[in-house]
Design a protein around this ligand. Structure first.
Ligand code: ZN
Ligand code: ZN
Ligand code: FE
Length: 755
């Protein structure tokens, strides 16, 4: 006989882990106890060594659906306690304060079966859930996580639910959001005027949808606007009412078959679509078309993730438009009253319920790259999973950037990235951002000792750090935007060494006060040098050029010595440019994409940021060859003028736009390779990190890594956070940590010292 002390780290609380262990221990005939600890659970078991070892081996393989086992440490001892049986010991409050919180999870197979079983007491109940599925993060108000601290507080359990809750053999043992038609939330349907209608709410909503109407549907982390996707007029109406410019709409498909009918799916893409997280996956359209849904070659599809969605879609709708209900860049609507007010005139009906959404959480959005999620937006289903770092971190709040705002908090070896917040461009999103920071600090029991923010003086996140730092006497550190991107990609991959960072995005405040974004940096958490970039582009009219792409087209053409007569306002732009009036310089890769998209006639005025790049990617066909790659100066800059001249010549010769767009991509791949080679020659570094929003371009992302690997580089891409500005707060945090370390080692400095 021996005693095994098994420490399990990760998300193992509130996910049915203890009952699972209870069953497994019984199967093995072992004795001992299990107890919650600050980082997971500890098990002590006595039995024969061989049996104990088999138990430890089997444990991770049979763990419950929502458990995330990060690490299992096992130690054996000959000292026996002679446990009489197996016991679940209570956890101390201290342990509970430090627990992890599970993200929301899509309805599980068991619950789905009950949903359609006429003999089950939860037959067709839209709020069915169990320890393996259901709402979590979006209903939790405070810790420790129990029903009284969630939106379920106002629904006392009926005796039947109570019995299940206390039965360790039951799937609903300690499932906090558990409920049934007797005791739980109720659905209601309201018409366009906000009058509640009698009858089956689901059937009423379906009727409105079938007639081409728009229905606001309350989901897990916010409201959606739904309408038929096979009715172009209905979709156009929704677009008009939502004033949602030209951005693609996401679709919810009834099942994988319905998704397959619209898009080409690989096995890996199916696995991600149908995972417990159920993100929106960006997939290639089966054939060109459905432009009223998405103007590019992709469609964003997801599967139903709540019982409510499943009931709503049933046989009637293979797919529905399901776009988040928010107006003009405001946060997603989550409250019933707010929906009725703000969506009046937008929705023809409202499918609502009385379980409050405590915390907003938008749908996650990703591609599938090399078999796994490659995030554009890491939110519902993933947040607030922590990222495990290889080191212990002091408590730091990283405030993120401005577009695709996010923040990160550290505690011990964990970093907690926030959910999608949206662009910090109005008071509503700023308030949401500030409130979420406080919410995370409470949930994870963190008091930041340092604030870190972007160098841009005008970002609202910078303002937040400044105000909070002053009010609470917390030191604040500014970090350069692209340095943060580089560090984010390093941290995402658990790296801590100097490397080459290809950081391509639209805009970020540079060290020299100009806007950067086509950067080749060399650095680590401690610092960086700007090894390479692209020739700066004058943004005629400043920020206006971000949307009015022909202003950039003009600048590219003129600088390259090409004819500019095709640009309607060329004369006015010419005046600005010669006077060097309001023509700030930008080395943003996104701007180069925008300008080329306009030169090729794909888009003159963008209705959202990055649209030029999206259309250029969509237009590109597989083409041979590339344009001239001229690199010069220090930093080593890609001089795009020769490329522009060649590209214009081809366009004027009638070469198809798709072919030119293809060659433009080929050229950028060459630029990337040339910059990395030059950087390696100078430094001997062989590792390349790819970060920044331009790497949401799947032509680059599918082709650049193999190209670099062929040349002997090791390539690192984002895996757990997004490559765009949403992922950047992780990098800010790691840079701040390095700074604190330096300061602590330096006896004279104490600016960032913690207790
Ligand atoms: Zn379930
Ligand atoms: Zn009940
Ligand atoms: Fe960026």
């Amino acid at each position: 006989m021996e005693r095994a002390i098994i420490k399990i780290h990760g998300i193992v609380q509130g996910v049915g882990f203890r009952p699972f262990i209870h069953r497994l221990v019984k199967d093995y005939g072992l004795r001992g106890f299990i107890q919650n600890t600050s980082s997971g659970v500890t098990l002590e078991l006595e039995g024969e060594r061989a049996v104990l070892e088999r138990f430890v081996g089997e444990l991770p393989r049979r763990a419950p659906r929502l458990a995330l086992i990060e690490r299992v440490e096992t130690a054996y001892s000959a000292q026996l306690s002679h446990f009489p049986d197996f016991e679940i010991r209570g956890s101390c409050t201290e342990a509970l304060r430090k627990t992890l919180i599970s993200p929301d999870a899509a309805v599980c197979a068991d619950c789905r079966r009950e949903l359609f079983d006429p003999r089950d007491r939860r037959y067709r109940y839209p709020f069915i859930n169990c320890t393996n599925c259901g709402p979590r993060f979006t209903i939790i108000r405070d810790i420790p996580y129990d029903r009284a601290k969630t939106s379920m507080q106002k629904f006392p359990m009926c005796p039947d639910c109570e019995r299940e809750y206390h039965d360790i053999e039951n799937r609903r043992y300690h499932a906090q959001p558990d409920c049934c038609p007797v005791c739980g939330p109720r659905l209601r349907y309201l018409d366009a005027a906000g009058r509640e209608r009698a009858g089956d709410a689901i059937a009423l909503a379906q009727k409105t949808l079938l007639g081409g109407g728009v229905v606001a549907v309350k989901g897990l982390g916010g409201m959606h606007l739904a309408c038929r996707c096979d009715d172009a007029a209905a979709v156009r109406r929704l677009r008009q009412r939502k004033q949602r410019d030209e951005r693609p709409f996401a679709l919810m498909c009834r099942d994988l078959d319905a998704a397959r009918a619209l898009c080409e799916l690989s096995a890996a893409e199916e696995a991600v679509l149908d995972s417990p997280q159920k993100p929106i996956v960006l997939l290639k359209k089966r054939e060109p078309g459905l432009w009223y849904l998405s103007e590019n070659g992709d469609l964003g599809l997801m599967l139903p993730y709540t019982p409510l969605h499943i009931l709503l879609m049933d046989e009637r709708f293979p797919a529905l438009v399901m776009t988040s209900a928010n107006l003009s860049d405001q946060p997603i609507i989550k409250d019933d009253a707010d929906a009725l007010k703000k969506l009046s005139g937008v929705a023809d009906g409202f499918l609502l319920h009385d379980r409050e959404i405590q915390t907003r959480c938008d749908d996650s959005l990703c591609w599938v790259l090399d078999g796994a999620e490659y995030f554009a937006r890491r939110s519902r289903g993933y947040v607030p999973f922590p990222l495990e770092m290889a080191r212990t971190l002091p408590p730091i709040l990283a405030c993120g950037a401005e577009q695709k705002a996010s923040f990160c908090l550290s505690r011990g070896s964990h970093v907690f990235p926030s959910q999608h917040i949206g662009d910090l461009k109005n008071m509503d999103s700023y308030e949401h951002y500030a409130a979420q920071i406080r919410h995370f600090e409470r949930l994870f029991d963190v008091v930041p000792a340092l604030l870190v923010h972007d160098k841009h003086p005008d970002y609202l996140s910078t303002l937040y750090a400044a105000e909070r730092g002053a009010a609470e006497k917390i030191p604040a550190l500014a970090v350069q935007h692209h340095h943060a991107h580089l560090a984010a990609c390093m941290a995402d991959n658990g790296l801590d060494q100097k490397l080459i960072g290809l950081v391509w995005d639209g805009v970020g405040y540079g060290e020299d006060g100009t806007s950067w974004g086509g950067e080749c940096l060399i650095g680590d958490y401690h610092g960086f040098t700007r090894f390479g970039s692209i020739r700066p582009i004058p943004l005629v009219g400043g920020d206006r050029a971000v949307k009015e792409l022909e202003r950039i087209a003009f600048a590219l053409l003129r600088e390259s010595g090409c004819e500019t007569g095709e640009i309607p306002a060329a004369e006015a732009y010419e005046k600005l440019l010669t006077a060097k009036l309001s023509c700030p310089l930008s080395s943003g890769m996104g701007r180069l994409f925008d300008g080329v998209a306009a030169i090729l006639g794909l888009k003159r005025r963008a209705s959202y940021e990055g649209q030029g790049a999206v259309l250029l990617e969509a237009a590109a066909t597989e083409a041979e060859g590339e344009y001239s790659v001229v690199l010069a100066g220090a930093p080593l800059r890609f001089d795009w003028r020769e490329m522009i001249r060649e590209l214009v010549r081809e366009r004027d010769a009638g070469i198809p736009v798709g072919e030119i767009a293809g060659r433009f991509h080929n050229t950028l791949l060459r630029v990337a390779l040339a910059l990395c080679r030059a950087a390696r020659e100078q430094t001997g570094l062989n590792d390349v990190a790819l970060s920044g929003g331009s790497f949401q371009n799947m032509i680059l992302m599918r082709r650049l890594p193999p190209l670099l690997e062929q040349a002997g580089f090791r390539v690192w891409k984002h895996r757990r956070v997004s490559c765009n500005d949403e992922g950047l707060s992780l990098g800010q945090l790691m840079i701040a940590q390095a700074k604190m370390e330096e300061t602590e080692n330096d006896v004279s400095g104490s600016a960032f010292k913690t207790d």
